[in-house]
Design a protein around this ligand. Structure first.
Ligand code: NAP
Length: 360
């Protein structure tokens, strides 16, 4: 019997064309219309998740809407489609449901979805935040950047993951730039950090992403934008970008055109056991998103309860799920971007280039 299910969806229409080749020959507006009519789909079974403390199995269920459709179609329609997929997971026997990509972004970040289902629900955002922070620390160490001296920008700082990583980093850094579109929410987020961490950290609010990126040594990209926000020309030499967003906030051009920056996908873990996802989503064997790993860990622990929901910062959950991840042998993956591992010699090359530019 499957114990967990994880919701996925095509990020873009290109994803749909990759899965269903004939879609390549049809006009995009037609495909978009067809997608709105499709029921949820059982994509594959996930087998072989096994730690020293137990094992679990699950399935991928797809909501057939792209990221853009999820933010542009009426919220009630999108939520209903996600709830329908949750009901399919229930029928498959799942006792906990993880919300992948934009299924956790729409509306109130899982709260309404959980209220309409008879199984536990988690966005996976607690482990995503913890894993992104671990990767950022690893990258900063590799480039010899001291967090305390760095200018750190959080794109999507008022969101669920953005709020969590802003609070965690406020303990470590002196300069934080919070970036999003809504100024009132940004100012409220900054006020919370100022009142909690006092004068040890200066907090700026910016609505201009490229301006924030140009000033930053370290960027955590956590927006829910359906389009690319960070272009090669925005980045300082030696900058680090931890890109957690799916679709990514960072242009693929950065990897090709900027050999003097370190950009990596945040929130990726190695799963214990000989896991078979029954689906190729472009990762090497055993690698998965932290949000999916959180769902697996809760199933391994037999914790069939709502875990990460909503956008409030919940440090105790972040700490707890990270400890449980380590207990079960989940490991933060080597830094990688766009399906390629970043080799350690690249760190030295970035450091060399960065110093040449700073001290010509
Ligand atoms: N790697 C993983 O394992 C993993 C796991 C879960 C989620 N994710 C991804 O992480 C991202 C964030 O998820 P979340 O749950 O934290 O979302 P969220 O709570 O909805 O927050 C999104 C944030 O992005 C901001 N934003 C949206 N569009 C923007 C734009 N054009 N420019 C600047 N800021 C913008 C929003 O503020 P404004 O509306 O004010 O702009 C908000 O601060 C999503 O892409 C999701 O797919 C990845």
């Amino acid at each position: 019997m499957n114990e967990f299910a994880f919701l996925i969806h095509p990020l873009t229409l290109e994803d749909v064309a990759r899965k269903f080749g004939f879609a390549r020959y049809l006009p995009p507006p037609f495909i978009s219309r067809v997608l709105t009519k499709l029921p949820p789909l059982l994509v594959s079974e996930i087998r072989g998740v096994e730690s020293a403390y137990g094992n679990t199995k699950g399935s991928f269920v797809a909501v057939m809407l792209t990221a853009r459709q999820m933010v542009e179609l009426p919220l009630s329609f999108v939520l209903n489609r996600i709830i329908e997929a949750g009901k399919k997971a229930e029928k498959l026997g799942a006792r906990i449901l993880g919300l992948g990509a934009f299924t956790s972004v729409v509306g109130d970040a899982g709260i309404t979805i959980a209220q309409n289902l008879n199984l536990a629900v988690t966005t996976g955002n607690s482990l995503t935040a913890a894993t992104a922070i671990a990767g950022t620390r690893q990258a900063a160490q590799a480039l010899g950047i001291e967090l305390k001296k760095a200018q750190v920008a959080i794109i999507g700082a008022t969101g669920s993951i953005g709020t969590a990583v802003s609070h965690i980093l406020a303990n470590d850094v002196h300069h934080l730039a919070l970036v999003a579109r809504n100024e009132a929410r940004l100012e409220a987020a900054a006020q919370r950090i100022r009142s909690e961490y006092g004068e040890t950290v200066s907090v700026d609010c910016l609505t201009n992403v490229s301006k924030a990126v140009r000033q930053a040594d370290i960027i955590l990209a956590t927006s829910s934008a359906a389009e690319v926000l960070i272009q090669p020309e925005h980045l300082k030499p030696g900058a680090i970008v931890c890109d957690i967003a799916r679709p990514r906030d960072t242009s693929k051009r950065v990897a090709r055109e900027r050999e003097d920056v370190l950009v990596f996908d945040g929130g990726i873990l190695e799963v214990p056991g000989k896991v078979d996802f029954g689906l190729n989503y472009g990762f090497p064997p055993r690698m998965t998103y932290a949000c999916m790993a959180e769902t697996m860990i809760l199933a391994l622990e037999r914790r069939f309860e709502n875990f990460s929901l909503g956008r409030e910062y919940q440090p105790e959950k972040i700490m707890e799920i990270y400890q449980l991840a380590l207990k079960h042998g989940f490991r933060v993956a080597a830094l990688r971007f766009d399906e390629r591992i970043i080799e350690p010699e690249q760190y030295q090359s970035i450091r060399d280039k960065m110093h040449k530019q700073e001290f010509p």
